[in-house]
Design a protein around this ligand. Structure first.
Ligand code: CTP
Ligand code: MG
Length: 353
């Protein structure tokens, strides 16, 4: 009896891994979509150069870190290499006016946001059935670096890491717990939870800690610091692929099941900070308290340290209700996967219902 159960569980795990791979593959953007997006980037870059000749427009976020889904929005960052730079708010206003005049995009400049951006959208058309949504920010070099860090983590073990991340992105969108504006967590936050889990929770770890590996040669303070933050990490992927071989051989299904279990009951939400740079930290030592000082705004219920901007809690928008909902969803997923389902494909459908 016991033996039969074990075999059927093993079969479920194998089927579920296979289902996850197949599910995720059909969610990836097509080559055509990526080509259209690259054309849009070039067009916008050309236009912006008419007012800032020394500027470059670079992709970051999902279109550049290997975690992109079909029809995901584009995150673009404008870097200006020389000259007297205008501040980000003025640039947002100027570039907003320019794109309003010169393109068919709907343009919404947000010069006074915490990170000033121009929001662009293009209506759906036969060639682009979902339209395009794009945000342009300025001089956000830390975002370019954290994109590169996620990209490196993704390429160390793409089969397991990308599958987990892409699945969680779809799952969190379908379960409606991927809206920082409504008190839940950004995609970036979920990606950091996955990496934290694979570096610090799994034993043996699935991924190395790229920010703590010794550099190949001595490096100076200037090379490693940006706006006062240490942005160094081991980024020689070719070498890593040769040298790093995880002794963790769990399948993607086993890792995902364990991920849901860990974040539904084991993570120390009340006192802990998930840091991919340093492991589990204490809210207390970071000075991240939940007390709202009577402002009525929830802060630091869930704490995820940004890999470089270490005084920044990526999950600061998550409210008490938001966290309750997110944990409820982790528990629901865990329950579905523990309930000895016999058809993996049905379990997957139920998860994303
Ligand atoms: N980012 C950041 N700090 C945050 C949120 C986002 O630096 N608090 C930057 C990161 O570089 C991240 C990028 O913005 O990679 C995009 O974030 P997000 O839209 O949450 O992630 P995507 O991977 O682009 O997800 P989606 O496909 O849902 O847009
Ligand atoms: Mg994005």
């Amino acid at each position: 009896q016991q033996h039969r159960r074990l075999i059927s569980r093993q079969r479920f795990i194998n089927d579920f891994s296979q289902c996850l791979y197949e599910f995720v593959i059909q969610l990836l953007p097509t080559a055509e979509e990526m080509a259209v997006k690259e054309d849009v980037r070039k067009l916008l870059e050309r236009l912006i150069r008419t007012i800032e000749p020394d500027s470059r427009l670079l992709s970051f976020g999902s279109s550049a870190n290997g975690f992109s889904l079909k029809n995901s929005d584009m995150d673009l960052c404008c870097l200006i290499d020389s000259g007297e730079r205008l501040n980000a708010s003025d640039l947002v206003t100027m570039v907003g006016d320019l794109l309003e005049r010169e393109t068919k995009f709907h343009v919404k400049p947000l010069p006074h946001a915490r990170i000033p951006i121009v929001k662009l959208t293009l209506d759906p058309s036969p060639a682009l059935p979902f339209g395009i949504a794009c945000d342009i920010g300025f001089e956000n070099r830390l975002a370019l670096e954290n994109t590169r860090l996620l990209m490196c983590y993704a390429s160390i073990d793409p089969a397991r890491v990308r599958t987990m991340v892409l699945f969680l992105k779809v799952w969190s969108k379908r379960r409606k717990i991927n809206s920082p504006y409504k008190g839940t967590l950004s995609s970036y936050g979920y990606v950091l939870l996955v990496i934290y889990f694979l570096v610090h929770v799994k034993n043996p770890p699935v991924l190395p800690n790229l920010q703590q590996m010794p550099p190949l040669r001595p490096i100076s303070e200037e090379e490693t610091h940006l706006n006062g933050y240490n942005i160094w990490f081991f980024d020689d992927i070719e070498l890593l692929r040769q040298r790093w071989k995880s002794s963790n051989t769990e399948t993607v299904a086993e890792l995902l099941i364990d991920f849901f279990r860990f974040y539904s009951r084991d993570f120390a939400y009340n006192t802990g900070v998930a840091s991919i740079r340093a492991g589990l930290l204490k809210k207390e030592t970071k000075g991240w308290f939940t007390d709202d000082h009577g402002t009525g705004r929830e802060r630091n219920r869930l704490c995820i340290e940004d890999p470089f901007e270490t005084d920044f809690n990526v999950a600061r928008c998550v409210t008490k209700d938001g966290l309750y909902t997110i944990r409820g969803e982790f528990m629901r997923a865990s329950r579905i996967l523990q309930a000895r389902p016999d058809r993996a494909i049905l379990a997957l459908a139920q998860l994303c219902e």
